[in-house]
Design a protein around this ligand. Structure first.
Ligand code: ADP
Ligand code: MG
Length: 460
């Protein structure tokens, strides 16, 4: 168990703290490896310097030297640990080592969402400066015509979502015969959202001789099966145990009646004054609702059209999603209400707060959501709203991250309705709904023997 955090009253006020400039602190130790030690060529090292990276992250230090030898690598690490550059640099290295052969895409990166496709493409461009390597992003929701035009100019690298990649393959606008490296980024997520058949189809069209890199925050059996089937004797590098604790992020929970969640959100935002925040909801409909209420509140308190709240989920048109992400990145949008699918992987440095308006359905989603703040060792804080029925979910999350979330309360806020008052419960107490407190199930039952017994605590 990690050490106790300071009591809440001693916590520095987040809002008073300017977000640090891109100061990577969660790098390898100061006496740890340098980029110079990873076996990269001078040209690639120069690109790394130009990108402003001074030292590799542990994931990069571990993965890059192995990947540039040409072997298949499966890297497990949580989000925000610099996984992108750990496959982008080996790809660039390969491009620099061998001149372009017959025209055709030489490296393909598959990602689960459109937002990630854009983000990975941008990281490529950042690191490919000075080389003649071009990268094109292909993803659904955007007219296919302009992507076809871009592909016709023979980029060496393509990043895309599996569906759109397949679409281009079947039109003959994307040809994988010359492929040297395929990367599956966020493999666990791609399988979660049903991309397995598409991914397998793509993999079957890749040359046998290619190198396969697979990055994933978790390696559940479906990811392991994919690796066994389509990778050649992969080397497994697991950084997860060191990093799962999301150490730099303070994590709190509130207990709250479902009907009082929005009020709690308002009060929390007032108290915290976040620089930028993502509010995660479980469903698209829920996301819309929270967004509409926040936008109404925001409109009331400022100029009619100056609203700094936005929302993003899979049902919105791609153009709108791109615009929202751009505004969020530029800081014009301060509060972003999002679902997990699009929230995953978002890398915006100003995010000071994460609010889990709904407890995530899967524990891994918690790790991904919370990983949106505190990127690269910066400070961040995450709040999770938990209803009385959701105690076991909270416990599962705590076991997953090996850390207890700290209980928080807002002065003067009554988290439960009148029924709770009648039953004489104080906000957040176990029997706040007026019912008998649920008996905690034995931890061993929930989690398998011998784990987490001391962590299994109160029903809410
Ligand atoms: P992940 O894929 O593991 O979630 P990313 O690759 O998106 O993480 O990296 C998170 C952020 O850290 C990005 O903004 C990236 O530009 C930055 N970054 C990555 N590696 C380094 C480094 N060695 N030094 C400084 N910043 C880095
Ligand atoms: Mg990533």
């Amino acid at each position: 168990m990690s050490s106790e955090r300071a009591p809440q009253s001693k916590r520095p006020l987040r809002s008073a703290k300017p977000v640090k400039a891109a100061a990577p602190v969660q790098l390898a130790d100061s006496d740890g490896p340098l980029f110079d030690d990873l076996g990269l060529s001078e040209a690639t090292l120069e690109a790394v310097r130009q990108a402003g990276y001074t030292q590799p992250t542990p994931v990069q230090a571990g993965l890059i030297p192995r990947a540039i030898t040409g072997i298949d690598v499966l890297g497990q690490a949580r989000t925000g640990t610099g996984k992108t550059a750990s496959f982008v640099l080996p790809i660039l290295e390969q491009m620099a080592k061998k001149p372009q052969g017959p025209a055709g895409v030489r490296a393909l990166v598959l990602v689960p969402t459109r937002e990630l496709a854009v983000q990975v493409r941008d990281e490529f461009e950042k690191l490919a400066q000075g080389s003649n390597v071009h990268c094109v992003a292909v993803y659904g929701g955007k007219p296919i015509k302009s992507q076809i035009d871009k592909l016709a100019r023979h980029p060496q690298v393509v990043v895309g979502t599996p569906g759109r990649v397949l679409d281009h393959m079947s039109r003959g606008t994307l040809e994988l015969r010359a492929l040297e490296i395929i990367t599956l980024d966020e493999a666990d997520r791609m399988l979660d959202i049903g991309f397995r058949p598409d991914i397998e189809k793509i993999l079957r069209h890749c040359p046998q001789s290619r190198q396969t890199l697979l990055l994933s925050a978790t390696v559940p059996p479906p990811v392991a099966r994919l690796a066994t089937r389509y990778m050649r004797d992969p080397e497994i590098l697991d950084f997860s145990s060191r990093e799962i604790a999301v150490e730099t992020i303070e994590q709190f929970y509130f207990t709250v009646d479902p009907t009082k969640k929005f009020e709690l959100l308002q009060r929390l935002l007032e108290r915290e004054q976040p620089q930028q925040a993502i509010v995660f909801c479980r469903t698209k409909r829920g996301t819309d609702k929270v967004y509409e209420k926040l936008a109404r509140r925001s409109r009331r308190s400022r100029d009619a059209d100056e609203v700094d709240v936005a929302c993003i989920h899979g049902d919105l048109a791609q153009g709108l999603r791109d615009r929202v992400m751009k505004q969020f990145r530029e800081g014009k949008v301060r509060l972003l209400v999002a679902t997990d699918v699009v929230g995953r992987g978002i890398d915006v440095s100003g995010i000071s707060h994460i609010v889990n308006y709904d407890v995530p359905e899967f524990c891994d989603d918690y790790v991904h959501r919370v990983g949106r703040t505190g990127r690269m060792g910066r400070d961040g804080v995450a709040y999770t709203f938990v209803t009385p029925e959701e105690g076991p979910q909270l416990t599962r999350i705590e076991v997953r991250i090996d850390k207890l979330l700290q209980r928080d309360e807002i002065d003067g806020f009554v988290a439960f309705d009148h029924r709770a008052e009648k039953s004489n419960a104080t906000p957040g107490q176990t029997h706040a709904t007026g019912e008998e407190p649920a008996k905690p199930k034995p931890a061993a039952k929930l989690l398998g023997k011998g784990r987490g017994a001391k962590r299994f605590r109160r029903a809410l």
